[in-house]
Design a protein around this ligand. Structure first.
Ligand code: FPP
Length: 246
């Protein structure tokens, strides 16, 4: 922690929380046992991010593709989300954390929708860490929604195809209120993006660790941020240009 440069923190960190199932199976337990323990990592990482002053944290909790998992796992995960969100909201609120949910939320069961709505409303005026949970989310789904939205505007004559800029698409994404993530972390040794924030991660630094999500703690987050701080972010420029601020 003392090695971190607090003036050069990534504003937005996105995390693919992977490896709950393998963590549980390695212990001879059911996959849901892994998800249950994954919640402790969520709590620990949210606390750490908030403490050091990260402004935005996006967690990939459930993908559109995850609906195809065995019914018992999907049902178990949904109850875990509802219970965890209901239980954690008072503490999140006390810590000035503002919650957002992105994804195809219409597919969620009614009790989950109600829990999400309550969490969003309760924390709406908070000014600290913005915690974005991607639930029933996939980037291709999000892009298609955005394109439909823009196509409708063109059809209604509100804009011309030539008016479409990067900002037009960005405004139509579910992440329109947040800056792009600067650091993306994926746990558990998989080197993929898995349909997560495909547009928004264009310039993100990618960090992969073998650590399974239920074992991921503050010190692992600090290591990822330290690694981020050791990188040179060039955005297509040359190293010399970056160093001379040209
Ligand atoms: C990926 O591991 C994890 C998930 C699909 C679920 C993540 C959910 C949590 C951490 C629970 C709590 C979250 C919130 C926001 C309340 P995996 O099952 O794909 O693991 P595997 O690749 O080892 O099978």
């Amino acid at each position: 922690m003392e090695n971190l440069d607090l003036n050069r923190l990534p504003k937005h960190i996105a995390i693919i929380m992977d490896g709950n199932g393998r963590w549980a199976q390695e212990k001879g337990q059911d996959r849901l046992y892994g998800h249950f323990h994954g919640v402790q990592s969520v709590r620990n990482i949210v606390e750490a991010a908030s403490e050091i002053g990260i402004k935005y944290l996006t967690l990939y909790a459930f993908s559109t593709e995850n609906w195809d998992r065995p019914a018992a796992e999907v049902t178990g995960l949904m109850s875990l989300f509802v219970d965890t969100i209901a239980k954690e909201v008072p503490d999140l609120h006390k810590n000035n954390i503002k919650l957002h949910f992105i994804g195809n939320l219409s597919l969620l069961p009614d009790d989950a929708k109600a829990a999400l709505e309550n969490a969003t409303l309760t924390t709406a005026n908070n000014t600290g860490l913005e915690l974005i949970i991607a639930l029933s989310y996939s980037s291709r789904w999000e892009l298609i929604q955005a394109i439909k939205n823009i196509a409708e505007k063109v059809q209604n004559g509100q804009m011309q195809p030539d008016d479409i800029q990067e900002a037009t698409l960005e405004a139509a994404l579910s992440t329109s209120a947040f800056p792009d993530p600067e650091l993306m972390i994926r746990t558990s040794g998989e080197y993929r993006i898995s349909n997560f924030l495909l547009y928004q991660l264009a310039y993100a630094e990618l960090y992969f660790t073998e650590t399974r999500w239920p074992d991921f703690r503050k010190k692992d987050l600090m290591e990822a941020i330290l690694d981020f701080q050791s990188r040179e972010r060039r955005f297509g420029k040359t190293s010399l240009q970056v160093q001379t601020n040209d």
